[in-house]
Design a protein around this ligand. Structure first.
Ligand SMILES: *[C@@H]1O[C@H](CO)[C@@H](O)[C@H](O)[C@H]1NC(C)=O
Ligand SMILES: *[C@@H]1O[C@H](CO)[C@@H](O)[C@H](O)[C@H]1NC(C)=O
Ligand SMILES: *[C@@H]1O[C@H](CO)[C@@H](O)[C@H](O)[C@H]1NC(C)=O
Ligand SMILES: *[C@@H]1O[C@H](CO)[C@@H](O)[C@H](O)[C@H]1NC(C)=O
Length: 587
């Protein structure tokens, strides 16, 4: 049975079963029937996820203002209450959690209502001011479609759920400066405080053919002055969306609060453009208000990214509960806009990731938050298994459509790896040309996720190991070409080099599979690739998981551990008074 809910706001709303209109939406008058209706809808929807954050219906995009406050994690996100597509009238939807995995929906935090956000409440960040006072800075789309920066405060600071927010009456605080177009001025970061108490914040922008982070300063968080120069700008970039600027410890996986500035930290500048989240690492010279990166963006495939697949508009925050920095991002769909209407929804949030600076100082490392492991169930494992050339074996005994897998490969006779001059090649292009079906020496070897038994459908996440001039290069790929028998899907192949030395370290992969999303962490989180796939046959119980080696040299699975993943509890919000009973019980 093919059930779809079509919602055309201001037009009509009806339920389709096998393409026939059977009910109008007044069938769904009270909330209870609406909720049970969604349960039915989900059961019929193979692409809804079980442990990734998504809303029951409609469009979502950027995570906004994530924070930890009085024992509660908060996630706000861009949400269109009217449609499965992006549009005017975007709000800040709001969910809360005790563990970053199970979420409870609350009332929308910010909805368009005033001249300074008449059209939409767009992205922004939370800052916790001294005295434990959280505030939000966000971009309002005003009645003239200009982008302006606004402030909102909690109505009741002793409410750990921060349900109600009050917009500051003298908004906007910042309007597009001279030389910046009205639609090139958005997404304030979390603010930080200098040693003299001055507050600083950056806004994403584009001017004079340079993407940039425009810097503002304030003594009281209300009156803001633009600094003469941007904190950073680069001609190699486009309009910066959702900039993020934060310190990372040079020698610890612990996170540090956003205002920390001392010799034991370096700074990261992230910007979202060209559908990817790019970053540079460098030194923040507070006195001069300058960020000096170790190297500028290059505008080439060698620029560092948080994720080499789908992962955009990310935002990080310092989690004082566990002393770590956490990264969240929007992962969009790869099917068509018509499919979004049929599904009734579009967009997911990535699993929150802990993020820190690699000991080599060159790049960041990411790993799913440890709380995710609480959903693991039903472990199966394989130790010390030789994978001869051309072999495939099934990892059975788990729910392959909803799983977490860790696998480590040993490569004997590494010196036989084929030669490649990696200075000349774009990793994504090699992955595309030498996809999983193209035999090499070391590799392709890895996993076949969301696969049919006969492998007609499969998403291959795999490695190839090459010899470079004097060392080895590990390439990680995610090949979606055979991910679905359905056409009209974006099946782009993704690829990245993984900065590990296979002479010293095994080639490892952790992959999170959740119905239509696959997040893969290569080399213990040094390179990450997230993809969206929509198998036609390999859904739910029809999905299988395999490990394979299609290289001409054999490799050894030193260890494979796989778990079925339980469903996370994620309940809807958006209606007044929807603080669910489950939520109060868990407290
Ligand atoms: C503020 O929140 C606290 C904690 O939830 C609650 O006890 C108190 O009644 C609230 N105050 C108001 C004015 O709503
Ligand atoms: C980290 O580096 C800082 C600055 O060099 C140093 O003071 C600190 O002791 C180091 N911490 C560890 C755990 O090595
Ligand atoms: C969203 O998905 C489409 C289709 O796969 C892709 O072309 C686009 O780059 C994506 N955008 C972002 C911001 O991820
Ligand atoms: C392995 O290689 C063979 C021969 O090229 C090919 O038919 C098969 O599809 C490959 N396996 C995978 C998983 O790509």
């Amino acid at each position: 049975m093919d059930i779809s809910l079509f919602l055309f706001v201001g037009f009509s709303c009806f339920l389709l079963i096998n393409g026939n209109k059977v009910e109008d939406c007044d069938y769904l008058t009270d909330k209870t029937s609406l909720q049970s209706f969604h349960v039915l809808l989900q059961a019929e929807q193979p692409y809804r996820t079980a442990y990734h954050f998504q809303s029951p219906q409609n469009w979502l995009n950027d995570p906004n203002g994530p924070m930890y406050y009085k024992g509660v994690y908060h996630l706000f996100y861009q949400y269109n209450p009217n449609s499965a597509w992006f549009g005017d009238g975007m709000v800040w939807a709001h969910s809360a959690s005790y563990d970053l995995i199970n979420w409870f929906g609350l009332d929308h935090a910010l909805v368009p209502s005033e001249p300074f956000d008449a059209i939409s409440c767009w992205s922004g960040s939370a800052t916790i001011l001294p005295g434990d006072k959280p505030v939000i800075l966000y971009t309002g789309i005003d009645a003239n479609y200009n982008q302006v920066q606004n402030l909102a405060n909690p109505k009741n600071e002793s409410d750990p759920l921060l349900v109600e927010w009050v917009k500051y009456s003298r908004n906007p605080l910042m309007t597009p400066p001279d030389g910046v177009k009205g639609d090139n001025f958005r997404d304030p970061t979390t603010a930080w405080q200098g040693p003299d108490g001055t507050w600083k914040v950056v806004i994403g922008s584009y001017s004079n053919s340079q993407g940039m982070a425009i810097l503002y300063q304030s003594q009281d968080f209300v009156h803001w002055t633009m600094h003469r120069d941007p904190l950073y700008s680069s001609s190699k970039t486009e309009m910066w969306e959702c900039p993020d600027f934060f310190p990372v410890s040079i020698n610890s996986t612990n996170g540090v609060d956003t205002s920390v500035e001392n010799p034991s930290v370096r700074h990261v500048m992230k910007a979202s453009f060209n559908s990817h989240d790019y970053y540079i690492v460098g030194t923040y010279v507070t006195e001069q208000e300058r960020f000096l990166p170790d190297a500028d963006f290059t505008g080439t495939s060698s620029d560092l990214r948080f994720d080499y697949g789908k992962f955009y508009a990310s935002k990080s925050f310092f989690d004082g509960k566990k002393n770590r920095r956490i990264l969240c991002a929007w992962v969009n769909e790869s099917d068509s806009m018509e499919d979004d209407l049929k599904k009734g929804w579009s967009g997911l949030q990535s699993i929150p990731r802990q993020i820190w600076l690699d000991l080599n100082g060159k790049q960041l490392v990411q790993w799913p938050v440890e709380e995710l492991n609480s959903l693991r169930d039903n472990e199966v494992y394989v130790y010390d298994k030789q994978l001869e050339s051309g072999s495939v074996f099934e990892v059975s005994g788990i729910t392959a459509s909803q799983a977490d897998i860790e696998i480590m490969f040993e490569l004997p006779k590494l010196e036989e790896a084929e030669f490649i001059d990696t200075s000349l090649v774009d990793p994504q292009l090699i992955c595309d040309k030498q996809d999983a079906s193209v035999t090499g020496k070391f590799g392709p070897f890895g996993l076949l996720a969301l696969a049919t038994k006969d492998l007609t459908e499969q998403t291959a996440i795999f490695f190839r190991v090459f010899r470079d001039h004097k060392d080895y290069k590990v390439l990680m790929c995610s090949d979606q070409k055979r991910s679905s028998l359905r056409n009209e899907l974006d099946k782009t192949t993704y690829g990245a080099f993984v900065d590990i030395d296979p002479q010293r370290e095994m080639v490892s992969l952790r992959t999170l599979i959740d119905h239509s999303i696959i997040e893969s962490f290569g080399g213990k989180g040094r390179s990450v690739i997230t993809t969206r796939v929509y198998p036609k046959l390999a859904i739910n119980d029809e999905a299988h998981l395999f490990a394979f080696n299609n290289g001409s040299l054999s490799v050894r699975v030193s260890r494979l551990n796989a778990w079925s993943m339980n469903k996370a509890q994620i309940t809807a919000g958006g209606e007044p008074g929807t603080i669910s009973e489950d939520f109060s019980r868990k407290k």
